[in-house]
Write a protein that binds this ligand. Structure first.
Ligand code: PLP
Length: 232
């Protein structure tokens, strides 16, 4: 397929997606402006990313640190989110350049990010990933481990916890919805427990991908991470 075809296909996909997001927001009685779209570009090339930027997207996500660093450098007019599993020896690739790190799931990683941010003289925004599916194969802290991780975070002034993130399992609609509802309830509980702690903002809910973003919007998602529906 030619470049022009690829570009117009991506522009159309983005338009359809934004329309679906707006409709779902309206059905949920929410303002679509409160829902950010992060385009997950891990499976595509630079041309597709450029097409999405031309079509108006401003936030992108990568799940591998090396590719994150390369793309953030190539396309530095847009915001880049790190959404993948974190290895502490690779955090230099995204701390300081990521608008938001979605996938912090241990005290070790949290402290490593805080230390790197301190060296760079900046504050790194991040989310804590929660395993709402209760599956051993899934990343994220379990809901009962979350309070103690936030207690660690509140004493680390070079990180700012903007909220929570989850990846739903491939399961029934009911089960996926339960995961998203659990993340929202957990977020509300944590906002109460840590009210007034300045570096724990906890307003963001990063949940919803190509197959489940409508449910996520219904349950309060503020950030959608979408790949396949944009690039297909
Ligand atoms: C790949 C990926 C996405 C996007 O998934 P799609 O099904 O392509 O929309 C979202 N979140 C994470 C963590 C991912 O790795």
């Amino acid at each position: 397929m030619g470049n022009a075809d690829t570009n117009s296909r991506i522009a159309l996909n983005i338009h359809e997606l934004q329309t679906a997001i707006a409709k779902a927001a309206e059905r949920a009685g929410r303002d679509a402006k409160d829902i950010r779209l992060v385009a997950v570009s891990k499976t595509v090339g630079d041309q597709q990313i450029q097409a999405a930027i031309t079509a108006g997207l401003k936030e992108f996500g990568e799940n591998r640190s090396k590719q994150f660093a390369e793309r953030q450098a190539s396309f530095n007019d847009v915001a880049w989110h790190f959404i993948g599993r974190i290895q502490t020896n690779k955090i230099k690739d995204f701390v300081g350049t990521a608008a938001l790190v979605h996938s912090v799931a241990s005290e070790r990683v949290l402290r490593a990010i805080a230390k790197r941010a301190e060296q760079l003289g900046l504050i790194q925004s991040l989310l804590i990933e929660v395993n709402t599916a209760h599956e051993a194969s899934k990343d994220g802290v379990s809901p009962h481990e979350l309070p103690s991780l936030l207690e660690v975070a509140q004493d680390l002034p070079t990180v700012r916890v903007q909220g929570l993130m989850t990846v739903a399992p491939i399961a029934s609609e009911l089960e996926v919805q339960r995961c998203f509802a659990d993340l929202r309830e957990l977020s509300e509980q944590m906002q109460q427990s840590f009210a007034g702690v300045t570096n724990l903002a906890l307003a963001e809910l990063s949940m919803g991908m190509s197959d489940d973003f409508l449910l996520a919007i219904r349950e309060g998602a503020t950030i959608l991470r979408i790949g396949r529906s944009i690039w297909r």
